[in-house]
Design a protein around this ligand. Structure first.
Ligand code: PHE
Length: 346
C-alpha cells in the first residue's frame, strides 16, 4: 500500500471509531470497543503494521498521521468514558434512592398474658407493704399440701379440693398455694411477709367457671401481735389499689381448716357498684379471696411457737381477679391462646 492509501485508511478508521464511540451507551461496551481498536491486536495496530511496507522516506509522514489519529481516538474514548460513567452513576443513584418519607413496617409486639399481668399487678401492690415473692413446687407431698395445713387423711375437708395424684411417692399436684405457707415458715423466721404466686391443679369438670389448672396468689404474714384487724386493713388497701378508691369491702365468716377464724373477703360489685346485678347474683358483693388467722396447729407444723407468734394468710384466684378487672366471663379463654382474645390486653 502507498502513503495516500494508508493515510486514507487511518482517517477512515478514525472517523468510524469516532462515530462508534459516540454511539456507545454503556461503559462496558466502550471498554470492549477500546480493546478492539487500541488493543495489542487492535485495528489501529493492523493498519500501522502496513507502514513497514512503505518506502523509508514516507514512513515519518505516515507515522505523524498515525500518531494524530491515535491521539484523537484516545481522546474520544476518554471523553465518552467520563460521560458514560457519570450517566451510569446517576442511574444507580436514582435506582438506589432511599425514600426516607416511606412509613416504616410496624414491628409486631407481644404482650403479657392477662393472667401473668394480673399476678404481676397483685405482687406489685403487696410489695408496697413489704411482701416478698416466694415460690414453691407444683408437685407437692400430701404432708405439706394437706396434713401440715391441719387436714389429716380422711378429714372431710379434703373434699374441698379434688386432688390430682402423681404416681410416685404419694406425691400430688398442689391443689392450692397454701403449702407454700409451711415452706416459708420452715425457711425463715418472723417477721414474715411472703407472697406465693403459682399454678394449682384440681380434678374438675371444665366449664366457664371451673378449670383443672389455674393460678393462685397466697399471702402470709407472721409476727408478734398480728391481728385480724391488720388483715382487714391490708386487704382493704389491696381492694382499693386493684379495683379503685372508695370501694366498700366486707368480711363474711368462712371455713378453712388452716385458718381460725376464717373469712371470705368481699368487694362491692365492680359491675353495678353495689345495687345488685346478674354479675353479683343481685347481692351487690363479690367474693375475691379466702383468708383468716393462721391456725395454731399450722404455726406449730411450721416450727413456730403459737404463744409468741400470730399470723394471717389469704389466698386468691388470679383468674377471678383478672375476670373482674377485664370483664371476662369464661375461664377457658385464658387457656386457649387465641390471639383475638390475647391481643385485647396490650
Ligand atoms: N387455700 C385456700 C383455697 O384454695 C384459700 C386460702 C388461703 C384460705 C389462705 C385461707 C387462707 O381456697
Amino acid at each position: 500500500m502507498d502513503l495516500a492509501g494508508l493515510t486514507r485508511d487511518l482517517e477512515a478508521l478514525r472517523d468510524e471509531v469516532v462515530s462508534a464511540v459516540a454511539g456507545t451507551q454503556e461503559v462496558s461496551a466502550l471498554a470492549a470497543l477500546e480493546v478492539d481498536v487500541l488493543g495489542k491486536k487492535g485495528r489501529l495496530g493492523v493498519v500501522l503494521r502496513g507502514i513497514g511496507g512503505l518506502p523509508t522516506d514516507d514512513r515519518p509522514r505516515v507515522g505523524a498521521v498515525a500518531n494524530a489519529v491515535r491521539v484523537a481516538v484516545e481522546e474520544v474514548f476518554q471523553a465518552r468514558g467520563v460521560e458514560l460513567r457519570a450517566k451510569e452513576l446517576e442511574a444507580r443513584f436514582r435506582a438506589e434512592t432511599v425514600d426516607v418519607t416511606t412509613p416504616g413496617r410496624p414491628i409486631r409486639r407481644g404482650s403479657l398474658h392477662p393472667i401473668v399481668e394480673t399476678a404481676g399487678r397483685i405482687a406489685e401492690i403487696f410489695s408496697q407493704f413489704g411482701f416478698v415473692v416466694h415460690e414453691g413446687p407444683e408437685v407437692e407431698d400430701d404432708l405439706t399440701n394437706f396434713q401440715m395445713l391441719n387436714i389429716p387423711p380422711d378429714h372431710p375437708a379434703r373434699d374441698l379440693w379434688d386432688t390430682l395424684y402423681v404416681d410416685i411417692d404419694g406425691k400430688l399436684l398442689r391443689t392450692h398455694t397454701s403449702p407454700g405457707q409451711i415452706r416459708v415458715m420452715h425457711a425463715s423466721t418472723p417477721p414474715i411477709r411472703a407472697l406465693l404466686p403459682g399454678r394449682c391443679f384440681r380434678y374438675e369438670a371444665i366449664d366457664a367457671s371451673h378449670a383443672s389448672e389455674f393460678f393462685q396468689v397466697e399471702g402470709l404474714m407472721i409476727d408478734e401481735g398480728t391481728t385480724l384487724g391488720d388483715l382487714r386493713g391490708l386487704l382493704d388497701q389491696f381492694a382499693q389499689a386493684m379495683f379503685g378508691q372508695g370501694k366498700r369491702t366486707r368480711f363474711r365468716p368462712g371455713y378453712y381448716p388452716f385458718t381460725e377464724p376464717s373469712v371470705a373477703f368481699d368487694v362491692e360489685c365492680v359491675v353495678c357498684g353495689g345495687s345488685g346485678c346478674p354479675a353479683c347474683s343481685r347481692s351487690g358483693w363479690m367474693t375475691i379471696l379466702g383468708a383468716g388467722m393462721v391456725h395454731p396447729v399450722v404455726l406449730q407444723y411450721g416450727g413456730l411457737d403459737p404463744e409468741r407468734y400470730q399470723g394471717f394468710a389469704f389466698g386468691m384466684g388470679v383468674e377471678r381477679i383478672a375476670n373482674l378487672r377485664h370483664s371476662v366471663g369464661d375461664l377457658r379463654l385464658y387457656m386457649e391462646n387465641d390471639l383475638r382474645f390475647l391481643e385485647q390486653f396490650r
